[in-house]
Design a protein around this ligand. Structure first.
Ligand SMILES: [Zn+2]
Length: 349
């Protein structure tokens, strides 16, 4: 099967569309999930199992982290992502290898699919039609557009090829319900909430751009906020470029979370020092199968093993975050350096 056979038709979605006049991507995604729930048994099982998921909350410095016991994530949490393993498996994001029932919505060069192993509610995978490598270079604009088009009830994420992506050879993003996104609580703590229909708020957002690091969370986080897509993308590339130089990698180890409120993007970039903590590879009592990607760094830590869920606590999560994050002082220095660069005026042609 190629992608053309995978794109769901209006006819197939018709019965699942709640309001025919609502042409938003959010409404189409909702209809797709309901259709797939009926048509695709494995997705149904995944969504039903998700309803039973157990969680607990633990503090990490001034932030709160939700620990989630999610046994169905064992395959992706423990997936081998080294080069030989990737080369010797069939790509599970290519259309010919998807289950026959799986269908999606066309989105530019990508296709929006439902994740049968959800970590959060309404978990979607947004997969490029071509089997091309996972990389952020040239794709920040797509990430921002997706966040805008899916609307403010979603967040969109990117996992670097060496930093949480279980298909490092096939470009993809993910999107989930924004209802549970603990990292936002830290950002918005002291800020007034923007009202939906306020022209003044929208105008202010459009003309705003901020770049700063978020402290007190036990991990390094760079935040970009602005209302101009090109400007936000420009600074995200700028910081990623600096990180790449500092770490001597083509793409630095990063995870990204992006939200969109009316006219305002917020991007959270997590610069990392390594993908998996030592406890992932340890034996016996010290072993803890936690393999942090964007969702974990954003404050929902996925633990597939029951025993590990029982023993994990705030200090253990703090130790993992600290081990896998790039050192705070380094990140702060890097951002200070970028912010103090003299502004070059773009010539007007
Ligand atoms: Zn592929």
């Amino acid at each position: 099967m190629n992608w053309d056979d995978r794109i769901i038709s209006e006819r197939e979605l018709h019965a699942y569309r709640e309001d025919e006049s609502d042409a938003s991507l959010e409404a189409y995604a909702a209809a797709l999930m309901d259709q797939q729930y009926d048509a695709w048994p494995r997705f149904r099982e995944g969504r039903d199992a998700f309803e039973q998921i157990e969680t607990k909350r633990v503090p990490v410095e001034e932030s709160e982290v939700v620990i989630q016991h999610n046994p169905r994530r064992i395959l992706s949490t423990a997936a081998s992502v080294d080069k030989p393993s990737i080369e010797n498996r069939r790509c599970f994001l290519c259309p010919e290898n998807l289950p026959p029932e799986e269908k999606g919505i066309a989105y530019g060069e990508c296709v929006i699919l439902c994740n049968p192993f959800p970590v959060l509610d309404r978990h979607l995978s947004i997969v490029h039609r071509e089997h091309i490598p996972q990389q952020i270079d040239g794709n920040v604009e797509v990430l921002l557009a997706l966040a805008r088009d899916l609307g403010s009830s979603y967040f969109v994420l990117y996992n670097g090829p060496e930093c949480g992506a279980s298909a490092p050879d096939h470009l993809h993003f993910q999107a989930c319900s924004r209802e549970l996104l603990p990292i936002e609580e830290n950002l918005f703590e002291d800020e007034p909430v923007m009202s939906e229909d306020c022209a003044y708020c929208e105008e202010t957002a459009r003309n705003t751009f901020e770049l700063f690091t978020l402290g007190g969370c036990g991990r390094s986080i760079v935040v970009f906020r602005g209302g101009d897509r090109d400007e936000v993308a420009h600074w995200v590339y700028e910081v990623i470029g600096e990180l790449a130089q500092q770490t001597d990698r083509q793409e630095p180890l990063i995870n990204i979370i992006c939200t969109y409120d009316p006219k305002l993007w917020t991007v959270y970039l997590f610069p990392r020092s390594k993908h998996r903590p030592a406890s992932f590879f340890a034996e016996g009592e010290a072993r803890l199968v936690v393999s942090p990607g964007a969702i974990d760094m954003a404050g929902v830590v996925v633990v597939p093993e029951r025993e590990h869920f029982d023993k994990i606590d705030g200090p253990r999560v703090a130790a993992i975050f600290s081990e896998v994050s790039m050192r705070g002082e380094l990140v702060n220095e890097l951002i200070d350096g970028i912010c103090s660069m003299p502004k070059v005026e773009e010539p007007e042609w």
